[in-house]
Design a protein around this ligand. Structure first.
Ligand SMILES: Cc1cc2nc3c(=O)[nH]c(=O)nc-3n(C[C@H](O)[C@H](O)[C@H](O)COP(=O)(O)OP(=O)(O)OC[C@H]3O[C@@H](n4cnc5c(N)ncnc54)[C@H](O)[C@@H]3O)c2cc1C
Length: 396
């Protein structure tokens, strides 16, 4: 935490000017910090009287770091389907394992899983660990976390990777807490430092304004969740050979404090914008919910789905599963058409790896044009109907 030495503070106000978050201010002749503080340390570096300091919490140093070996991927399998991010995790997992000269294992929890082993091996796994039990058919985080923790304790991988999906985000922090190790959530980049083999985990921080690279030097395993669609999926090699290991699940482990009464597929889940090859996205510039009716018409012509900026979602024009960006989904379709979206960094972080980006905006200086392959400056309510018309004519 940030510590203020009231005796040294001269109330000069330099800290106020150096804080990007409005978290520190001089009140009654002394600096006072509020709950907006992100512990970035800028005020500490700038304080001319040395009145500010950071108190670092005691770190835990594990003494058997070298006992940990290999990379492990948690493969999420739900309702009989492997999450697409699994093949992306295997792609990056294989690269990290080759760089470290270690093996890559993948662990799957569920029921009747044998059918998945060949594709996991083809995507780069050396060992497939199948923890099978009827109770694991339905995801319940306490049960999954307990079994996964036990497997990690037994196999001692140095790195554990999982998807930053709803399941990954709920079970992996649970596992990291049980293991007493660190976790970097929502990584967009992973690499190995040559000198010491440390996993370098990169993710956007401070509202996407900086990319932070995080290390976990004192405990093992090093754990990270990875945003779907950020890493390239592994190129499958059907000729690869690997080992399949059945991991026994005991009756005591196959219990949960929660009971699933029914699984209901929400309407919003039916379109996964991350799986689409083309997206037509709308932002605040649409002006109202009705703008999405126009975008849907364009999407239909292109065999695309609609997507949105957070401003459009926050306005209640479209549900959250359609949101693209830092706090929404990361997408990389072949075609991304941004209509009435300014191009805030938090939006662009979620779509800038799209192959072709078309931006429609009436402000020629909108930042979205910096990443656009094609930019159309003008009113979207004139340009989009014209596009629809021309597409329909071309189809005739
Ligand atoms: C921590 C954090 C996380 C965030 N996460 C996300 C996220 O995941 N996704 C996200 O999108 N945002 C996110 N944001 C919000 C982000 O900063 C922006 O506020 C948001 O992206 C703006 O949305 P917009 O571009 O639709 O709206 P605006 O910035 O208001 O832009 C609207 C644009 O429409 C144009 N326009 C208006 N009328 C027309 C018209 N008739 N024809 C053509 N163009 C027109 C305007 O010129 C303008 O450029 C986040 C912010 C924070 C702080």
């Amino acid at each position: 935490m940030l510590h203020i030495n009231t005796e040294k503070c001269t109330a000069c106000g330099v800290c106020e000017g150096s804080c990007a978050f409005g978290a520190i201010a001089v009140q009654d002749d002394c600096a006072v910090v509020n709950d907006q503080c992100r512990l970035c340390g800028a005020c500490v570096d700038n304080c001319p009287s040395g009145a500010l300091s950071m108190e670092v919490a005691e770190t835990r140093q594990q003494d058997d770091l070298t006992a940990y070996h290999g990379i492990m991927v948690f493969a999420e399998c739900r309702h009989g389907v492997l999450a697409p991010v699994v093949h992306e995790l295997l792609g990056i997992g294989r690269k990290l394992a080759d760089q470290r000269g270690v093996s890559l294992s993948v662990v799957v929890l569920g029921h009747e899983l044998d059918q998945y082993a060949p594709s996991l091996i083809a995507s780069g796994a050396d060992t497939v660990l199948l923890a099978q039990h009827e109770a694991l058919l339905q995801f319940r985080e306490d049960m999954y976390a307990g079994i996964l923790t036990r497997i990690i304790r037994e196999r001692k991988p140095e790195v554990v990777l999982a998807g930053a999906t709803a399941i990954g985000r709920s079970v992996i922090p649970y596992v990291a807490t049980l293991l007493g190790t660190g976790l970097t959530a929502d990584c967009t980049g992973l690499s190995i430092r040559e000198e010491d083999g440390m996993l370098l985990q990169t993710r956007p921080a401070f509202g996407g304004n900086i990319m932070a690279t995080i290390e976990c030097p004192n405990t093992r395993p090093q754990m990270a969740t990875v945003r779907p669609k950020v890493m390239a999926p592994a190129e499958p090699d059907p000729g690869r050979k690997g080992e399949v290991v059945q991991v026994a699940v005991t009756a005591e482990e196959a219990v949960s404090a929660s009971e699933v009464l029914e699984s209901v597929k929400s309407e919003a889940d039916q379109v996964n914008i991350q799986e689409m090859e083309a997206l037509v996205a709308g932002g605040r510039g649409l002006g109202s919910e009705r703008g999405f009716a126009l975008l849907r018409e364009l999407a239909t012509e292109l065999n695309a789905a609609v997507a949105a900026s957070r401003a459009a979602v926050d306005s209640g024009w479209i549900p959250y599963p359609y949101q693209v960006g830092q706090t929404g989904k990361t997408v990389s379709p072949k075609l991304y058409i941004a209509c009435g979206i300014s191009g805030a960094v938090q939006h662009m972080v979620g779509m800038q790896s799209s192959k072709v980006i078309v931006a429609i905006n009436r402000d020629a200086d909108a930042p979205i044009f910096n990443v656009a392959t094609y930019g159309l400056v003008g009113d979207l309510y004139e340009i989009v109907p014209e596009l629809i018309k021309q597409l329909r004519e071309a189809k005739k």
